[in-house]
Design a protein around this ligand. Sequence first.
Ligand SMILES: Cc1cc2nc3c(=O)[nH]c(=O)nc-3n(C[C@H](O)[C@H](O)[C@H](O)COP(=O)(O)O)c2cc1C
Length: 277
Amino acid sequence: MPPRDSIANTFMVSMILCVVCSLLVSSAAVILKPMQDRNKLLDRQLNIIEAAGLSEEPRKLSGQEIEELFQSRVTPRLLDIDTGEYVPESEVDEAFDPRKAAKDLERSQEVESAYDIGQLRREKRTWVYLVQDGEQLEQVIVPVYGMGLWSTLYGYVAIDSDLRTIQGLTYYEHGETPGLGGEVENPAWKAKWIGKKIWEEGVAVPDVKNENILVGVAKGAPVGDLAKYQVDGLSGATITSRGVDSMLKYWFSDDGFGPYLKKLASQQGASDGSTNR
Ligand SMILES: Cc1cc2nc3c(=O)[nH]c(=O)nc-3n(C[C@H](O)[C@H](O)[C@H](O)COP(=O)(O)O)c2cc1C
């Protein structure tokens, strides 16, 4: 046994301490992983519930209540973004993760668009969420993401069955500055999106082109007729605001959910803006 204050003993004690600590940290990471994954899933489900306005006080729901409400009201469908068609049931993998797919060369494609989302590639398939009353579509919720100032913002947009009116917008993940870009989470700002129109009034949804996308973030307050489509920018956060504007335009364009929403509108017999809200 070396003397307690020898160099060899000091090394041995620090080695043992390192091994014990690393074992503790790695077992904690492994043991807590399923809990973290469940919490992440619950958070996304909560954001979908919030965007769709399915609960008066979504932030007060327990984990179990979130799961039950989501399962009873929301139907996830896997979508081929380019064709706007649902993926056949036989090909659907319940565990499909669009964010992983966006990083996989085979399951993603280049982003080529006038609207910048700060990404070079995006997934070919993604989950969309339907809120239905029996067979009747009430809302469709689509995922959106794009670059702000410091980070990529990930969120959901709920669209009314008229396929032109926003019912809600939420962000479940971003790294913008609290009080500046982080104000995308401010309930007062989020509430401003409810009722905003995506496309130019008077143009039937199946006929909309990219130039008919008017939804977005104004610089300051939206002027005149544009108030139907735009929300005022976040003060002191012009870059985050621009990011939100760009990502909405991208995801509603023909490179995003345009083909899908047009298809849904044709199926529903949705006509022009004058007959739609
Ligand atoms: C510490 C710090 C954090 C900032 N965070 C953000 C942010 O999250 N989003 C953003 O758009 N601008 C942020 N800005 C401001 C930008 O650098 C830039 O000045 C701003 O977007 C310009 O907006 P304005 O024209 O509304 O002032 C931050 C600035 C500082 C100094």
